[in-house]
Design a protein around this ligand. Structure first.
Ligand code: AMP
Length: 493
């Protein structure tokens, strides 16, 4: 067996499927799971005998045991109050994700014949601090040291950049997965992958295309039988699966049929959908992605003609209307030479190789010193804090290259105030209440003084993972003070 000691695992923790890769002989290589598959469904459940099931086995019981099975948990990552109940126990979204990561860790160890303790995990570029923090936490719960959290489109650019030997070009990555949409614009020059702008929607993906088909099937059934079956969990699970299959069929066929016998008592659901109908149903979703792409281009100060290459990533880019609309808007045929289901994991492996000091082979057959490859990403959302009158004071604007830092001075508002709290926000709205609260910074033990006299400088830094940290200094005494970002309780357990 090749020397695999200390290999860093690259993991694409997807909404629908997860995938893992490592560097072997200088190139990223996808690792199969213990069922021999390259993709692992991101599904977790407990069997009726209370055995933990992850991946294919959990997916298989989704119809027979839906109440003890959970899918698409990534949609809830970083939501502090969200809990899933499985066999009467409650789990956080990162607790569920940890079970998926645990399986990947275990299966990769079996494949490599060695312990795996370090990983690079990808996240949607548009994930906020809480979602990134929760992802890192999930890795730690799974027993992995998360060396870096990197953005999915950036990972895809790394994989393509290396494979195709891309140099001195600007590229746009359009990434539409199962639950999230991202677009990133990068410049590649002298081995430096620099993200110029990113945009996206963490609640837009293939699941939404499925839902359009589900709604159509439900209303057709209601029209034919006069029965609303949307409240029946088993019927709904079968309809959801059939809707996804129908959507996938329509990527290659112009007509697809959904035929579900005994969907309710002895009734049959039998509906034919054409590709044209599907395209009409989902037009608003595709248009939404195009306007997000326009926004990213605007932020980078570039127009479609300035972009040399377009890369399509994510299973949903196999939908013909998606690929066609992107091609029309950008005026060039997208690259699709790497499997869109695997390209993100491969890019994660490249970053893992860089951090693990492995040699990487570029398309020119020459060796690339991994130390010469540099990734410069950006923060997708503006960072600010809440001020009086529901306003947001900016600290770090979106699309700033990370790591980055900026300081703000905090003071007291009344005499002898001992504690100052500040609510930290991420988002683009001027109204504080319309942005996402990340947590509180708490400055305590302030020596008694008249209001406005204490001057405490808080430095916020966003690290290479896109995660926020804070330090504080008392400007009166020059002494560093303790400060912490109190994230919501649910993110800490
Ligand atoms: P990902 O998160 O990249 O694994 O993408 C998963 C999403 O891609 C799911 O919503 C799938 O239904 C969707 N998908 C996979 N293959 C196809 C296909 N051939 N046509 C349309 N959608 C697909």
């Amino acid at each position: 067996m090749a020397n695999t000691r200390g290999k860093v695992l690259g993991i694409d923790l997807g909404t629908t499927n997860s995938c893992m890769a490592v560097i072997e002989l200088g190139e990223p290589k996808v690792i199969t799971n213990s069922e021999g598959k390259r993709l692992t469904p991101s599904v977790v459940g407990f069997s009726k005998k209370n055995e933990l099931l992850v991946g294919e086995l959990a997916k298989r019981q989704m119809v027979s045991n839906p109440e003890n099975t959970v899918q698409s948990i990534k949609r809830y990552m970083g939501k502090p109050d969200y809990r899933v109940t499985l066999n009467k126990d409650q789990y956080t979204p990162h607790g569920i994700s940890a079970k998926i990561l645990q399986k990947l860790k275990h299966d990769s160890e079996k494949y490599l014949g060695d312990a795996v303790s370090k990983a690079v995990i990808t996240v949607p570029a548009y994930f906020n601090d809480s979602q990134r923090f929760a992802t890192k936490k999930a890795g730690e719960l799974a027993g992995l040291e998360v060396l870096r959290v990197i953005n999915e489109p950036t990972a895809a650019a790394l994989a393509y950049g290396l494979k195709e030997g891309i140099e001195n070009q600007k590229i746009l990555v359009y990434d539409l997965g199962g639950g999230t949409f991202d677009v990133s614009i990068l410049k590649i020059k002298n081995g430096v992958f620099e993200v110029l702008a990113t945009s996206g929607d963490t609640q837009l993906g293939g699941d939404d295309f499925d839902r359009k088909v589900v709604d159509h099937l439900l209303s057709e059934f209601q029209a034919a039988e006069g029965i609303d079956i949307s409240g029946n969990p088993e019927a709904m699970q079968r309809i959801r699966e059939a809707a996804e299959r129908c959507k996938i069929d329509l990527s290659t066929l112009t007509t697809a049929n959904v035929n579900l016998p005994y969907i309710f008592e002895n009734k049959l659901l039998d509906v034919e959908i054409t590709r044209d109908q599907f395209e009409t149903m989902t037009e608003d979703l595709v248009n939404k992605t195009i306007s997000i792409m326009e926004k990213a281009l605007q932020d980078s100060g570039l127009s479609p003609e300035d972009i040399n290459k377009v890369i399509l990533v994510g299973g949903s880019t196999r939908i013909p209307a998606v690929a066609r609309e992107v091609e029309d808007f950008m005026g060039k045929t997208p690259l699709q030479s790497i499997n869109p289901d695997e390209v993100v994991a491969m890019g994660a492996a490249v970053q893992a190789g860089i951090l693990g000091n492995e040699y990487l082979k570029s398309s020119g057959e020459q060796q690339v010193e991994s130390g010469n490859l540099v990734l410069l990403d950006v923060t997708p959302l503006s960072l600010g804090f809440e001020t009086v009158g529901d306003s947001t004071a900016s600290i770090i604007p979106r699309n700033t290259t990370i790591p980055t830092r900026n300081s703000k001075i905090f003071t007291t508002h009344y005499d002898n105030q001992r504690v100052v709290r500040g609510k930290i926000l991420q988002g683009e709205d001027r109204a504080a209440s319309k942005n996402v609260p990340l947590g509180m910074i708490v400055l305590d033990n302030i020596p008694p003084a008249p209001k406005g006299v204490p001057r405490i400088e808080v430095t916020f830094d966003i690290d290479a993972n896109g995660i926020i940290n804070a330090t504080a200094k008392d400007l009166g005494t020059g002494i560093m003070r303790s400060v912490m970002i109190e994230r919501p309780e649910g993110l800490n357990d």
